[in-house]
Design a binder for this molecule. Structure first.
Ligand code: XMP
Length: 517
């Protein structure tokens, strides 16, 4: 792999993704990694990320200097560039010349592999207070800005390179090209990592792990579990059984998409648990959001556990044993939990985790090394239905946390209908990829007066919550076209009985969360 050394901030994940976009596999390691640990991973290249610190600050992240002696090509970016400079005997100084944002840079040596083919004048994204004042011995300066004399350097003999700007962000005009130059030209790494290879590789790994054991997988209708199960099925066929819990809080057509389209595309063996009545009973009379979430989580585990126990028994009666559970864990979860930073749990999120002790399975996690966009690419390549592969995030507790008030069958039906209209119109307008998601919320405890025909109505409002986001941690409300909003509003108030008002949520996150509960 190419190892991306993480000096903090959010740059490392972005760099890792860009390296993969250049068809080279990448992994993230913390800056505290030793040269020996790096060597053990047999990297073909190393990228040092940016970070929030200053090299001379007390407690600034340091790098094991031995890393530069491994003979592995290294690219330092921003803070990584400065660490490289100061470690190898160059000079980093607080010149007072801070550069933030779009900055013009002059490429003075486009003959070097790193900046080969780059225009002499271009705009790049900068974010630094310190600057490299002098390159280390043996290094050639390749670029500069009006206030930073050393904005890029290279030592071809040792294959060490650095840039002060952030080539991984889209605001750096030719940034991806710089990364590709480093990977393919300077380091000579072939561009041969793609979804085809990932599938072949994972299939092999799954077979090695599972052998002739049996595997169980909970499908949620979302992308991750769908792709994970499809990979496992490709690897071990009918040794896999999938369980889909219909808790009645799904959106229109979701169950059919899993039961028909997904099963047809993959050939997986599917058991659907119809738990709709059980969930409605358990949720009767409950309006408190946190309590709803707890009940839904508990009932979900209960249903899944029951189904799993039945399948374990069935397997036993056939002389087999279910030993494995598939989970759709993604790479950001792995990186972030490895980072160990304790972020506050603002809402109790639930997934198919937290299985009880007496149901012990070994985990199969074929997506552990992948980012979401890569998971989607693999899903498409495996021929999964686009409705599933391109699905926007949908919370585990489903429509249950989009009814403000008690959950009843009638209210669920009503919300499902409104939600379907919104999704249909957003798709028709070609906006699916522009928005992150658009929760549709029923204010079941609120009524307002309206007029329809000649008569007065007393109905419920529906809230539209379209948001734009990169990662759901922060979000902004999406400025949907007025005409589209008007059309959605007309359709909902005409087609959904009991709804006489449609309102738009214009709150960013923070302070609002994306969901209403
Ligand atoms: P909030 O409302 O916290 O939501 O801004 C952030 C993202 O998480 C989704 N979400 C959930 N996903 N289980 C999930 O799997 C949950 O309990 C849950 N609650 C919220 C939400 O849709 C948004 O994408």
């Amino acid at each position: 792999p190419v190892l991306v050394v993480d000096f903090g901030a959010q740059y490392a994940q972005l760099i890792a993704r860009r390296v993969r976009e250049a068809s080279v596999y990448s992994e993230i390691v913390p800056f505290s990694v030793t040269a020996a640990e790096i060597a053990a991973k047999n990297p073909v290249g190393i990228v040092l990320s940016g970070g929030p610190s200053s090299v001379y600050e007390e407690g600034a992240p340091q790098l094991d200097a031995g890393i530069f002696d491994l003979g592995v090509p290294v690219l330092g970016i921003c803070y990584g560039f400065q660490v490289m400079a100061s470690t190898l005997g160059g000079q980093v100084a607080r010149t007072g010349a801070r550069e933030y944002g779009s900055t013009p840079v002059s490429v003075t040596d486009a003959g070097n592999a790193l900046l080969s083919g780059q225009p002499a004048d271009q705009t790049v994204w900068m974010s630094h207070g310190d600057s490299v004042a002098q390159a280390p011995d043996g290094f050639t300066v390749l670029a500069s800005t009006s206030s930073t004399p050393v904005a890029a350097f290279a030592n071809d003999e040792r294959r060490l390179y650095g840039v002060q700007w952030h080539p991984e962000v889209k605001h750096s005009e030719h940034g991806q090209h710089v990364l590709e130059n480093f990977l393919h030209r300077a380091a000579g790494i072939p561009a041969d990592w793609n979804s085809g290879n990932v599938i072949a590789d994972q299939v092999e790994r799954i077979r090695a792990q599972v052998g002739d054991g049996r595997v169980i997988c909970g499908l949620s209708g979302g992308v991750d579990s769908a792709v994970a199960a499809a990979l496992v099925h490709k690897a071990v066929g009918d040794q896999l059984v999938c369980v889909f819990v219909d808790h009645g809080l799904l959106r229109q057509d979701e169950r059919r998409q899993v039961e028909e389209d997904y099963v047809k595309a993959t050939g997986v063996r599917l058991v659907t648990i119809d738990a709709r009545a059980q969930f409605l009973d358990a949720l009767a009379g409950v309006s408190d959001p946190e309590q709803k979430r707890k009940i839904i989580g508990r009932e979900f585990i209960r249903s899944f556990e029951q189904a799993a126990a039945d399948l374990v028994l069935e397997a036993k009666s056939e002389g087999g044993e279910i030993r494995f559970l598939v989970q759709g864990t993604l790479y950001p979860d792995v990186v972030e939990s490895g980072g160990g930073s304790g972020t506050a749990n603002i809402k109790s999120h639930h997934n198919v985790g937290g299985l009880p002790e007496d149901l012990q399975f070994e985990l199969v996690e074929p997506l552990r090394t992948l980012f979401k966009d890569e998971v989607r690419a693999i899903g498409s390549q495996l021929g999964l239905p686009e409705e599933i592969v391109q699905r926007q995030p949908f919370p585990g507790p489903g429509l249950g946390i989009r009814i403000v008030g008690e959950i009843t069958q009638d209210r669920l039906d009503l919300l499902r209908q409104a939600d379907a209209i919104v999704r249909e119109e957003l798709s028709a307008a070609g906006l699916d990829r522009d928005i992150w998601q658009c929760p549709v919320v029923l204010l079941a405890d609120v009524r307002s007066v309206g007029v329809q025909g000649d008569s007065r109505t007393y109905g419920h409002p529906i809230v539209l919550r379209p948001v734009s986001s990169e990662d759901a941690m922060t979000a902004d409300w999406t400025r949907l076209p007025y005409d589209l909003l008007a059309k959605i509003s007309n359709r909902i108030t005409n087609e959904v009985a009991e709804v006489n008002r449609v309102v738009l949520d214009v709150t960013s996150k923070p302070p609002g969360t994306i969901e209403w509960e």
